[in-house]
Design a protein around this ligand. Structure first.
Ligand SMILES: *[C@@H]1O[C@H](CO)[C@@H](O)[C@H](O)[C@H]1NC(C)=O
Ligand SMILES: *[C@@H]1O[C@H](CO)[C@@H](O)[C@H](O)[C@H]1NC(C)=O
Ligand SMILES: *[C@@H]1O[C@H](CO)[C@@H](O)[C@H](O)[C@H]1NC(C)=O
Ligand SMILES: *[C@@H]1O[C@H](CO)[C@@H](O)[C@H](O)[C@H]1NC(C)=O
Ligand SMILES: *[C@@H]1O[C@H](CO)[C@@H](O)[C@H](O)[C@H]1NC(C)=O
Ligand SMILES: *[C@@H]1O[C@H](CO)[C@@H](O)[C@H](O)[C@H]1NC(C)=O
Ligand SMILES: *[C@@H]1O[C@H](CO)[C@@H](O)[C@H](O)[C@H]1NC(C)=O
Ligand SMILES: *[C@@H]1O[C@H](CO)[C@@H](O)[C@H](O)[C@H]1NC(C)=O
Ligand SMILES: *[C@@H]1O[C@H](CO)[C@@H](O)[C@H](O)[C@H]1NC(C)=O
Ligand SMILES: *[C@@H]1O[C@H](CO)[C@@H](O)[C@H](O)[C@H]1NC(C)=O
Ligand SMILES: *[C@@H]1O[C@H](CO)[C@@H](O)[C@H](O)[C@H]1NC(C)=O
Ligand SMILES: *[C@@H]1O[C@H](CO)[C@@H](O)[C@H](O)[C@H]1NC(C)=O
Length: 689
């Protein structure tokens, strides 16, 4: 029965590979822009920029080398070159598609996303043509584009635009672009976003309970079917079928028949266990998947890795303070690769990707995620524990603690290379990891300065929005927008507040310049949630991208572990990276398949601890809590007002609404797929455990 649905959705899913778009302020090197401490000498950009004085000087040299005699044209091309310093330069140069030597020049049709005061800059592309077409330019960046280059042209000849393009239309076909689909274009000055459309937060989050089990991690089946893998902290993974919204069904999962059982290898305790699972983007072809867990080297011989407390980071394991009676680095963080083998009953570990000994018993993150745009494996690692990061590991670029780690698991080097490079397992280093530019960094590091990243996600519609919640110490829980080489401040800062460690046990003496730090985009004070003597601990969620609750679409959802509060983060203007978090009410649908318990004394559903969020192939959002699995459903089921809900054609208040949304969009194509489905079913059944 599941087979037909599975095949049709498999096809549908292949249509979902949208070209990634991005827009929050980001530089062409994928880094976050920074505040210019002194105004740039050459380029007329100030405030938050992508150029330091060295980059500014290079642009000045490039400008002089063009030797443009016409003053009008020279001034326009100065702006074109200097647009690399714009805080949106990644978007102007479209680094997510084919990178360009010149930014996308706003074309005549463009005005929608630009403020009225910039009306005069409309058709900047046409203006460049009109002003520069007959002007000789040496090493013209426009000519460079013909050579398929992104930097300066190799030849140093003079050329005119008319040498290569017949007309304004030709020229603007090559360089012009509209400000469509959230993308920006260059109109002769700093990018400004349309500030008029301010979305409002949803009036509430309506939940239905579909399972009783307690899980830490959920991963949709990469085949696009209505199924997902769920893992629990003790170390089991199950494959479950998710009921359609409104069907009244619950999660279909055979408790006694896990997909994988690692409970003999996993060390399970308060902050230890199976932390995360991730499926290779090509899982349906290669059967590769990954589990991140903790192990105890005293109990399992294969639990062997280098200790993260070592001489490189001025940490002496023999002097590590005792923590819950454990030996130094007795517990390890492991990422292991498994394969679904058609012939074997259960998956087997085929390769150890990563193993690292932990200094204390807390703060070791553990989530693993494949980047949707780059296919690399991201591994979130906390500061290793001990109050206030006593060894200052998170700021230490020689330590992998307190970091976002980025690994290439598709190119495994030889054992000799792994030893030579000093890697922590079987992976290679992506060539654009930031250590190439920052030689102080360990090559695995993508971002630093985190305390205990507890649940990160990529926006499924904008892959550059990589959000991580980072658990705070005494005052503040934060959400960070992770960028390459970004330093998120811990332990010099806890959220926006300077932090003074209670103890310093050693480590490297690292000074932190606050101007190089990236502060949270959202967060909350402990005093906002612990009014009843409880604690606070953030659990990061997802950008809501399902059509099920149209009023929640585009909000970034996150919660406090203690389930006293859930927030929706709204970005205004859209694509600005400027977020405002609003606490939203939540309740349980009266017709929930499994009735929700209610917290005695108030009307909140008794969720227990909110461990994680999950997202399925329909982009529906789930809460994984100590009391069960909850799905975000249509707001009307909880009597939350949402005018958009009934106006949305493909959300029908009948059983199977979520799948009817697919067929109404892509319906006719399904028929031919059904015809060959039985053959595919035979082939693919090897992977259907
Ligand atoms: C930045 O430059 C603009 C003009 O280009 C100017 O109006 C503004 O005051 C400058 N801002 C700062 C902070 O220098
Ligand atoms: C720049 O142009 C001027 C004339 O406009 C010419 O005299 C000079 O030689 C040129 N410089 C180079 C490096 O070609
Ligand atoms: C900004 O966006 C709104 C809504 O999309 C649109 O109606 C308005 O015309 C835009 N404003 C400008 C100045 O382009
Ligand atoms: C450029 O040259 C063309 C052809 O000689 C001429 O028609 C046009 O007016 C010139 N444009 C400018 C801006 O000088
Ligand atoms: C200059 O242009 C000519 C003709 O297009 C070409 O043959 C020559 O190689 C170019 N010079 C350089 C240095 O690229
Ligand atoms: C830019 O405008 C010209 C007409 O002025 C048009 O021919 C061209 O297709 C447009 N280019 C883009 C990328 O929109
Ligand atoms: C979940 O637990 C409730 C209460 O114990 C029970 O009535 C229900 O049958 C369970 N549902 C499932 C799907 O396990
Ligand atoms: C995934 O599969 C596609 C198509 O089979 C292939 O082109 C691609 O190289 C594969 N990618 C990886 C990372 O294995
Ligand atoms: C950068 O400038 C913005 C706006 O002036 C300010 O809000 C922010 O705190 C500054 N960041 C740093 C790291 O100084
Ligand atoms: C946190 O508390 C501080 C001071 O008590 C206050 O200034 C700040 O606005 C609060 N921040 C949030 C996000 O509530
Ligand atoms: C950020 O969002 C807030 C709240 O919506 C808004 O008032 C403010 O103007 C925005 N800031 C910027 C720089 O757009
Ligand atoms: C939407 O439709 C449902 C079912 O027909 C109804 O219960 C609900 O009140 C409607 N919601 C709104 C906002 O009109």
């Amino acid at each position: 029965m599941g087979g037909l649905i599975f095949i049709t959705i498999l096809f549908w899913n292949s249509l979902l590979f949208l070209s990634p778009s991005s827009s929050h302020p980001l530089c062409t090197d994928s880094r976050a822009p920074f505040n210019a401490t002194t105004p740039l000498a050459f380029c007329p950009y100030n405030g938050t920029v992508c150029c330091d004085s060295a980059a500014d000087l290079l642009l000045q040299k490039q400008y002089k080398a063009m030797n443009i005699s016409d003053l009008g044209c020279a001034s326009l091309l100065k702006w074109v070159l200097c647009s690399r310093c714009d805080q949106f330069s990644a978007e102007l140069f479209r680094i997510n598609s084919v990178p360009r030597p010149v930014p996308v020049l706003c074309n005549s049709t463009v005005s929608a996303d630009y403020s009225q005061s910039n009306q005069a800059r409309d058709n900047f592309c046409g203006k460049v043509w009109d002003t520069c077409q007959n002007v000789s330019i040496m090493s013209s960046p426009f000519a460079a584009s013909l050579q398929g280059q992104t930097g300066q042209p190799v030849n140093s000849n003079f050329s005119k635009l008319t040498d290569f393009w017949q007309s304004k239309a030709d020229f603007c076909l090559a360089f012009g672009g509209a400000s469509l689909d959230d993308a920006v274009c260059f109109d002769g000055g700093p990018v400004t976003l349309n500030k008029t459309d301010a979305p409002s937060p949803p009036s509430g989050m309506c939940l239905e309970k579909i399972g009783n089990g307690s899980y830490l991690s959920m991963a949709p089946h990469p085949d696009g079917s209505g199924r997902a893998f769920f893992s629990n902290q003790p170390g089991k993974i199950w494959l479950a079928t998710i009921p359609k919204e409104g069907s009244g069904g619950t999660l279909v999962l055979d408790e006694s028949n896990p997909f994988l059982d690692l409970t003999d290898e996993v060390h399970f305790d308060t902050e230890f266990g199976m932390m995360s699972i991730a499926f290779h983007p090509n899982f349906t072809q290669n059967g590769r998947f990954f589990a991140s867990f903790n192990c105890d080297k005293v109990k399992w011989p294969r639990c062997v890795g280098r200790c993260s407390c070592n001489s490189d980071v001025n940490c002496d394991p023999s002097k590590l303070p005792a923590d819950n009676g454990a030996q130094p680095c007795q517990y390890q963080s492991v990422v292991a690769e498994f394969t679904v083998n058609g012939n074997s009953a259960k998956p087997l570990e085929v390769r150890r990707i990563f193993t690292m000994g932990l200094p204390f018993t807390s703060h070791h993150g553990g989530q693993i995620l494949f980047g949707p745009a780059d296919g690399y494996l991201y591994f979130m690692m906390g500061d290793g524990g001990g109050t206030g990061d006593p060894f200052n590991f998170a700021q230490n670029k020689k330590s992998l603690l307190g970091k976002i780690i980025r690994l290439d698991v598709d190119n495994i080097p030889s054992a000799a290379e792994i030893t030579q490079l000093g890697l922590w397992g079987n992976y290679s280093i992506p060539q654009d990891n930031p250590y190439v530019e920052d030689t102080q960094l360990q090559p695995e590091i993508w971002a630093l300065g985190l305390r205990n990243p507890w649940r990160c996600s990529f926006d499924s519609e904008r892959s550059s929005y990589f959000m991580c919640a980072d658990v705070g110490q005494d005052l503040y829980e934060e959400v960070d927008l992770i960028t390459k080489d970004g330093n998120y401040g811990w332990r010099a800062y806890e959220g926006p507040y300077p932090y003074s460690p209670a103890q310093s046990l050693g480590g490297n003496n690292i000074s932190v310049n606050s101007s190089t730090l990236i502060f949270p985009v959202m967060g909350y004070n402990h005093t906002d949630v612990n009014k009843n003597e409880g604690s606070a601990s953030i659990t990061g969620g997802y950008f809501y991208r399902s059509t099920t609750d149209p009023c929640m679409y585009g909000s970034y959802l996150f919660a406090d572990l203690y389930a006293t509060a859930i927030w929706a983060g709204i970005e205004t203007p859209e694509n600005s990276g400027n977020f405002t978090a609003t606490q939203i009410s939540f309740s349980c649908a009266h017709d929930s398949p499994i009735p929700c318990s209610i917290v005695p004394g108030n009307s909140l559903p008794a969720l227990g601890y909110i461990f994680s969020f999950g997202e399925d192939n329909n982009k529906d959002i789930f809460l994984l809590t100590s009391s069960g699995v909850y799905r975000v459903v249509r707001p009307s089921r909880c009597n939350y007002a949402c005018a958009k809900e009934n106006a949305t054609a493909f959300v029908t208040p009948s059983p199977g609404s979520s799948s009817s949304s697919q067929t109404s969009r892509f319906g006719p194509s399904n028929i031919s797929v059904i015809l060959c489905s039985s053959l595919l079913l035979l082939l693919l059944s090897f992977f259907l455990v």
